[in-house]
Ligand binder design. Structure first.
Ligand code: 13P
Length: 281
């Protein structure tokens, strides 16, 4: 079993080494297996993310136990992260359950409210040692127009980090959640300025569909965690549809494995972006 640094320390290590960790969401045992098989094969660390919807779908206990068991079974350096919590109640429940990291997302509230909520999440997390991620600026969520909010302002980001004590910061630099209608253009100058002003590990949301060159350029300027969800979900669902259409077999233990392989192939490709010459992040 590889040693497992607390996630806060791992992100700081990534920052210092100018590399990043892949954070991807899982939805069921099959997507989880695809992700872990990829990470085990490439001997790469991975952050497993759960949103409120996935926690509601699986149940908090089962979701966390599945993630932990998979990390153990595959011998991977991995962490469980709460993605996009909008309430402190959920943050508290996940911290109590033993999550390694939580995101409090008050990015749609005003600056003062975002600071207040994030500061409370940081206070709660200090009791367990978990990492806290917050978001400043507008990264469109599914169903929102990509340009309906502003990008992260570097000076505001510095104030935000100072006033909240947050460990890592998700930034708005031109990405959006879900599939892109047009190739996203990342504001790398803004990213470098945010990095210089805040010093904390930065997080790129909306990683699906961002090409490798853009990801590498972002990592070189302070992105330490790259979130991918849509592509993971899409790979699995497409695989299942294809298999179901091709057979009358109802044995899901035959139908799911090719779709699990699709997830594994996708995650191997994503993890490959962060591997240096030594093959380790
Ligand atoms: P995508 O669904 O666009 O990959 O974004 C994932 C994400 O940022 C999760 O927080």
């Amino acid at each position: 079993m590889p040693s497992r640094l607390p996630m806060r320390e791992k992100l700081l290590e990534a920052r210092d080494r100018r590399t990043a960790l892949l954070a991807t969401n899982f939805y069921n045992a099959e997507t989880l297996r695809g992700i872990l098989e990829a990470a085990a094969e490439l001997r790469q660390p991975v952050i497993l993310q759960l949103t409120r919807s996935s926690i509601d779908y699986l149940g908090l206990g089962l979701a966390l136990a599945m993630g932990r068991a998979a990390i153990e079974q595959y011998g991977v350096e991995g962490w469980i992260h709460l993605d996009h919590a909008t309430s402190l109640d959920l943050v508290e429940r996940c911290l109590e359950a033993g999550f390694d990291s939580v995101m409090i997302d008050a990015s749609e509230a005003d600056f003062a409210q975002n600071v207040a909520l994030t500061r409370k999440a940081v206070e709660l997390a200090r009791k367990t040692g978990a990492n806290v991620e917050a978001e400043l600026g507008f990264v469109a969520k599914l169903g929102q127009e990509a340009d309906s909010g502003g990008m992260t302002d570097p000076d505001e980001a510095a104030r935000f980090v100072h006033e909240t004590g947050v460990d890592s910061l998700a930034v708005a630099i031109g990405t959006a959640h879900g599939f892109y209608k047009a190739t996203p253009c990342l504001d790398l100058e803004r990213l470098a300025a945010i990095q210089a002003r805040t010093g904390v590990p930065l997080v790129l949301h909306g990683g699906s569909g961002v090409d490798e060159t853009a990801i590498r350029a972002a990592v070189a300027r302070g992105i330490c965690k790259v979130n991918v969800a849509t592509e993971t979900k899409d790979a699995f669902v497409r695989g299942v549809k294809r298999e179901i259409q091709a057979t009358t077999d109802i044995d899901l233990r035959n139908i799911f494995p090719p779709a699990i392989r699709d997830v594994k192939d996708l995650i191997k490709q994503k993890l490959g972006m962060f591997m240096d010459g030594s093959g380790r992040v």
